[in-house]
Design a protein around this ligand. Structure first.
Ligand code: FAD
Length: 392
């Protein structure tokens, strides 16, 4: 039986551990924090397939979104972490409307269901929305959208891996890698050593630090984002994901409402700036933007706001596979990881157990030339270039 150590127990580590144990590998998962304590516990976690280009990357996301359902069927309980709701989007400025219209046209050409309707449809799609907050003449509706309870996804897949014999250790930080010749053969944590045939780096925004322990570099940036979560507000009656000009809102477990704002995130200090952890002004602004759209939030106590760090590969596409110069250390790192975790976990396990390259992963190797034609609209905003989103 081959052995694997998975570093990181977020959505990607949990999916990799699940698929490796299914393939008969003896898996140990090590995480420096608690369950879903990294980015997977501070994420907006919607299906972002509709934002992706080129077509091949869109198709990867679409397959992975479908794989959430397949994963749910495996134990007969269904994908309890997946919540199917429509996504409703509108824009106010000419530029915002153009971006949304172009996207809708592109998606229809690709056979992705989405439709346009008038603003009066809001009364049915999202009755809790203040009609005055929508000055658009048209809404774009994605009827087959979804949001995910990422911590539940992590717990479910780790539990399954444990039932197949995996060991999961929380509170253990990997501080060194074992080598035989130039090959990575295991990890060190707090004086303990784990030998393995495969070491899989699923450390999310810290993946670059793990790669550096092997003398390798990953083309990865860390981009912070604020995620608000309200107190329970049953009267908000939010049965849809809302992508509005100032703020995105979605339902969250326990009648809560989750929020992010691209304009607010664009004003956050870069990760690593001294004193960047809290910005009460921006947190209040996120709360205010949500209240503008959903009147039920106006009477609610201030939202709890978490700061997540997006692990963002330089060209926006996932990094999957070994990096040049560090054989034995396999990286699985991506933005949009909640959408992509099911499929990337499955392909990783297939590649590691078949010992042959998986063709679908060829565009995502860490040592590649940076890709062109990537258009993740949210990434453009995060990188402080709002308005460039509509251009290929
Ligand atoms: C604001 C925001 C909004 C987002 N919105 C979406 C969205 O709508 N849809 C979507 O699909 N994605 C979204 N994402 C991206 C998505 O959340 C991430 O891509 C995903 O959570 C990354 O998961 P991960 O498992 O790679 O990393 P993480 O969840 O960060 O897990 C990595 C784990 O590694 C552990 N670790 C790190 N270093 C070590 C070490 N040395 N030793 C041991 N353990 C270590 C950490 O403790 C952590 O638990 C968003 C992210 C943010 C921040």
């Amino acid at each position: 039986m081959s052995r694997a150590v998975v570093i990181g127990a977020g959505v990607l580590g949990a999916s990799v551990a699940h698929h490796l144990t299914r393939a008969g590998v003896a898996v140990t998962v090590l995480d420096a924090g608690g369950p879903a304590s990294g980015t997977s516990g501070a994420t907006f976690a919607i299906d972002v397939t509709h934002l992706k280009t080129p077509y091949s990357y869109y198709a990867l996301n679409r397959r992975s979104a479908a794989a959430h359902l397949t994963l749910g069927e495996e134990d007969g309980a269904g994908a309890r972490w997946r919540h199917a709701v429509p996504l409703v989007q509108w824009g106010h400025t000419a530029q915002e409307r153009r971006v949304i219209e172009e996207r809708a046209r592109r998606l229809r050409e690709w056979g992705h269901p989405c439709r346009t309707t008038g603003p009066e449809a809001l009364a049915e799609l999202a009755p809790g929305v203040d009609p005055a907050s929508c000055r658009a003449e048209e809404l774009v509706v994605h009827d087959h959208a979804a949001w995910y309870d990422a911590p539940l996804f992590v717990r479910t897949l780790l539990d399954r891996a444990v039932r197949r014999g995996a060991a999961v250790h929380h509170g253990l930080r990997v501080t060194g890698l074992l080598r035989r010749g130039d090959r990575i053969t295991g990890v060190e944590s707090e004086g303990r050593r784990w030998e393995a045939d495969h070491v899989v780096n699923c450390a999310g925004p810290d993946a670059g630090r793990i790669a550096a322990l092997a003398g390798a570099a990953l083309p990865l940036t860390r981009i912070p984002g604020l995620v608000g979560e309200s107190v329970p507000v049953p009267e908000a009656r939010l049965g849809a994901i809302l992508a509005t000009p100032g703020v995105d809102l979605r339902p969250a477990p326990g009648d809560r409402v989750c929020s992010i704002s691209w304009p607010v995130d664009a004003r956050l200090a870069p990760d690593g700036t001294p004193g960047d952890a809290q910005d009460p002004g921006l947190e209040a602004e996120l709360h205010r933007l949500g209240q503008e759209v959903l009147p039920a939030l106006r009477g609610a106590a201030a939202t709890a706001v978490r700061r997540g760090i997006r692990p963002v590969p330089a060209d926006g596409l996932p990094l999957v596979g070994e990096a040049p110069g560090a054989p034995g250390l396999y990286h699985v790192v991506t933005h949009s990881g909640v959408t992509l975790a099911p499929l990337l976990g499955e392909l990783t396990a297939r590649e590691l157990t078949a010992a042959a390259p998986v063709a679908e992963l060829a565009p995502y190797r860490p040592g590649r030339e940076p890709a062109t034609g990537v258009r993740d609209e949210s990434l453009q905003v995060m990188r402080g270039r709002p308005g460039t989103a509509a251009r290929p």
